[in-house]
Design a protein. Structure first.
Lengths: 102, 771
């Protein structure tokens, strides 16, 4: 297994992802994923995008959605592979599933 | 520095910050401590004396560091220099057992120093609380050094540690360092030789730091050599040497930690289950088929399970709300038209809504279960990954994530997509996702025409919606709105057993919306269509007529030819009225059908109000529950109704439902034309609110495009289904319709391409084009 390179390939393919997505997809502990992402960050290949907690939630649920919950105060941290210059400034993001119909 | 104590053995205590190093130091040395500074720097130095089986040993507590190679400042330099000093007899490496994989990264570097090493597996109590069972002997065998499990905080394991230290000082264990890939080992060898000074370990460590990029080359000759060996490694492996080093260490730590810590107990098995589930749920190719299977089961089980109670809800509510209320009003002596309006219009509408509570309620319940268990988020992620791999945008998952609820919040959710192209595609995909209002129509038709495999039909419609959404985004992305697809990111919640309360509250909230909001619309529309005096155009001008000759009927009949290719017959004009009214909101389709059909049957119903045997009707209604349950149980060996698939005959049209509306639907359609009608309902304008939201997000131009595109696509798909299904009856005209649809679609694609080319040529921004 080449965990560091697998992680790189996956993130490069996706453009960006959260640590929990990568951990679940690769079957590795989240702490290890974060360490490896920190390595690529030091190498200048990965950058952090911090998404405000309110952004996705508020608009996704039209402001009045009881099913929309935010896991932490700080919102979601997204890792972006820097080589892909074409990646947009902000991705599509949902912190939690919002399930109420209109 | 260690010479000041004049003791024979020197032990260095090394570990990451917060691994319990200082606690262990205190445990070993007690009061025999000396606190000072490391020479030349302001880093605190703690030294003490430990008694190991009566022999005194000097213990130095090194600063807590994550790595010895580079990037750690003065603390790291102090630790590194001390460890590479020939005077250290034994390295005591403390690692956090509850976070072993992370802590082993430093161990990997310590092994490179070539010093004898003893590993302390600290905080084993916390690891056990996480369901991790340390396999000390295995870890020791793999590393080639003694491993001592401990809880330094409580002193547990101290004696074992002293024993291990005593043995290690007498016969120093020689650990084996990590083997790097061949090309890297060659490079390390070449560089070590060039770094003339110091022992083997110091030179190899220097070479590691150089290759890692953590240190500057001491001379221009070494710098040149470094460049050469790096190029050689890159040529041999296609990777940079520094990355290969890090990867080897991460891989080594991962393998070793997995080997040394066995997952056991409740917490451990939970993690094992999560890992196993994720391996399938997020699998590159299995994830999406699994999601489709889950969705299939949800609809099939909801529909079959709901069927047990559907007839009871239908017949009992009809007995009470239509016949009961009608009878009561009739007995009071109210005029016949008023009795009809209240019992037929209002009661009929409520009866229809109540009939669908069992299957729709079960669907909501299962969807809430999937959501609460953490699976829905994974399904969305798996879909996105597969779509991306196929070159399709995964943004269709946005409405899925919002729970197949409503297109309006899904469109508003696209606001967080910053780039205009991505936002536009995301928005234009949403109208094709089956919302809960459409579920009502699906259920009504499924009950009438596909009683034994209605779940499959509903599933098919949901999947068709997803496919059309993807096709739309793909088509527009390749033609009119060219550019790159967006990633889809979300925090994946952990799997958990769904909480009964949360699931019930969630599904009740959605069912409540269905019952009260959708129910209100259906009942009110029924009432309006009942009250509206049937005015029609006759030879004597506008006159009051029965509903079949009203303006509504005349207008709808005029439009029927448009829908004839998809199987709507001239006398089924209420179906067209339903579609027209349904452009405002999908629930109105069924409301309109209900209003008209009830009105058509008003005379019959009046008979029923005169002398209804409500008691007998309720008893009959109750009898349907065991009868339907028996059907459900006897078909359990084929829960997916596979034996029925493909064998559906027109003659099978048999509805157990008692409602006049459902009976009228059964009379007006065949299963094939009903399915074509449902496909049209799925694809054409979702509702006025969705179109309004669409206009706000992407402008009038695209809103008009989306409306026409949806209607065209719905009509094309409905016609295609009906014509293919009835091909044998009229092959020639069917060919013409099919070819016509093909040509129209090709023209659409060409038009979109042309538009895209012009946009690219003029360099016009997408938003400029739409606003």
């Amino acid at each position: 297994m080449k965990p560091l390179f697998s992680l790189r390939d996956r993130l490069r393919e996706q453009g960006m992802a959260t640590a929990s997505q990568l951990a679940a997809a690769m079957g590795l502990p989240r702490a290890t994923i974060e360490d490896m992402l920190a390595y690529w960050q030091r190498r200048g290949r990965v950058e952090l995008v911090a998404l405000g907690a309110g952004d996705g939630c508020g608009s996704a649920c039209g402001g009045g959605c009881a099913g929309c919950r935010v896991p932490s105060e700080s919102g979601v941290t997204v890792y972006r592979w820097r080589a892909s210059d074409r990646a947009p400034a902000l991705p599509v993001t949902f912190h939690r599933l919002a399930t109420l119909p209109r | 520095m260690s010479g000041a104590l004049a003791v024979p053995a020197r032990i260095a205590l090394v570990g990451n910050p917060n691994c319990g190093k200082t606690t262990l130091f205190n445990l070993l040395t007690g009061a025999n401590q000396h606190v000072g500074n490391w020479p030349g720097v302001t880093v605190e130095q703690r030294r003490g004396v430990a008694s190991v089986h009566g022999v005194k040993a000097s213990v130095v507590d090194l600063p807590g560091v994550y790595s010895l190679l580079g990037g750690g400042g003065t603390d790291q330099a102090v630790a590194r220099e001390f460890l590479l000093d020939a005077n250290v007899d034994l390295v005591l490496n403390i690692v956090d057992a509850s976070n072993l994989e992370r802590h082993l990264a430093l161990t990997a570097e310590l092994l490179e120093t070539g010093k004898p090493l003893v590993l302390v597996l600290n905080m084993v109590d916390e690891a056990k609380a996480q369901g991790l069972e340390p396999r000390t002997a295995d870890l020791s065998a793999a590393l080639g050094v003694p491993v001592v499990p401990m809880v330094a905080r409580t002193g547990r394991g101290k004696q074992d540690l002293l024993n291990a230290l005593g043995d290690a000082l007498k016969a120093p264990p020689q650990p084996a360092p990590i083997r790097y890939p061949e090309a890297v080992e060659d490079a390390l060898g070449t560089l070590s030789e060039a770094l003339g000074e110091g022992g083997d370990a110091r030179r190899r460590f220097g070479a590691l730091r150089l290759l890692d990029g953590a240190a500057e080359a001491p001379s221009s000759a070494v710098r040149e050599l470094l460049g050469t060996v790096r190029a050689r490694v890159a040529a041999a492996t296609d990777e940079e040497a520094a990355d290969l080093l890090a990867d080897a260490r991460f891989g080594w730590a991962h393998a070793l930690a997995g080997h040394a810590m066995r997952r056991g107990g409740r917490v451990g098995s939970r993690q094992r289950v999560t890992d196993a589930l994720d391996r399938i749920a997020l699998h590159d190719w299995l994830g999406v088929p699994l999601f489709l299977l889950v969705l299939y089961l949800v609809f099939v089980v909801s529909f079959s399970g709901g069927n047990i109670f559907l007839d009871f809800f239908d017949q009992a509510s009809a007995a009470l709300l239509i016949n009961g209320v009608g009878h009561a009003l009739y007995e009071v002596g109210l005029p016949a038209w008023f009795v009809s309006v209240i019992a037929g219009g209002l009661g009929g509408g409520l009866n229809l809504v109540i009939s669908f509570i069992p299957p729709i309620g079960l669907t909501f319940l299962f969807l809430a279960l999937l959501d609460d268990s953490g699976y829905m988020a994974r399904a969305a992620y798996a879909m996105d990954r597969l779509m991306r791999r196929l070159g399709l945008p995964g943004n269709a998952l946005v409405p899925m994530v919002i729970g197949f609820g409503c297109n309006v919040p899904a469109i508003m959710g696209s606001r967080i997509v910053e780039d205009p192209r991505g936002r536009m595609l995301t928005v234009l995909m949403q109208p094709f996702m089956s919302c809960s209002a459409r579920l009502t129509i699906y259920m009504a038709f499924a009950v009438v025409f596909f009683r034994s495999d209605g779940g499959q039909v509903v599933f098919l419609l949901y999947v068709l919606g997803i496919l059309v959404a993807l096709l739309t985004a793909w088509l527009l992305g390749k033609t009119a709105v060219r550019g790159e697809a967006l990633p889809f990111v979300m925090e994946l919640p952990p799997y958990r057993l769904p909480s009964v309360q949360s699931v019930l509250v969630q599904s009740w909230q959605r069912l409540k919306v269905f019952m009260f909001r959708v129910g209100r619309v259906i009942a009110v529309i029924g009432l309006v269509l009942f009250i509206l005096p049937g005015i029609g155009w006759t030879s004597k001008g506008l006159q009051s007529t029965d509903i079949n000759h009203s303006l509504l009927a005349q207008g709808s009949r005029a439009l029927v030819p448009l829908f004839e290719p998809m199987g709507i017959k001239q006398d089924n004009w209420p179906a067209v009225s339903g579609l027209i009214a349904g452009a405002a909101a999908k629930e109105i389709v069924i409301g309109t059908l209900n209003g008209i059909y009830q009105r058509q049957n008003a005379a019959d119903l009046m008979e029923a109000y005169r002398d209804p045997d409500i008691g007998a009707q309720l008893r009959d209604a109750a009898k349907t529950i065991p009868a339907n349950a028996l059907t459900f149980i006897t078909t359990l060996n084929d829960p997916l109704g596979l034996s029925d698939l493909g064998s559906k005959q027109a003659a099978e049209v048999a509805s157990g439902a008692d409602s006049a509306t459902l009976k009228a639907i059964a009379a007006g359609f065949t299963p094939l034309s009903a399915f074509a009608y449902l496909v049209f309902v799925l694809l054409y304008v979702p509702c006025a609110s969705t179109m309004g939201a669409l206009r706000r997000e992407v402008g009038w131009g695209w809103m008009v495009f989306s409306t026409l595109y949806g209607i065209g696509l719905g009509w094309g798909a409905g016609t295609l289904i009906y014509q293919v299904g009835t091909f044998a009856q009229h092959p020639q005209s069917s060919w013409m319709w099919i070819a016509g649809i093909g040509v129209a679609f090709a023209l659409l694609v060409a038009g979109l391409r042309l538009y895209g080319n012009r946009q690219q040529g003029s360099g016009g921004s997408l938003l400029g084009a739409t606003s």
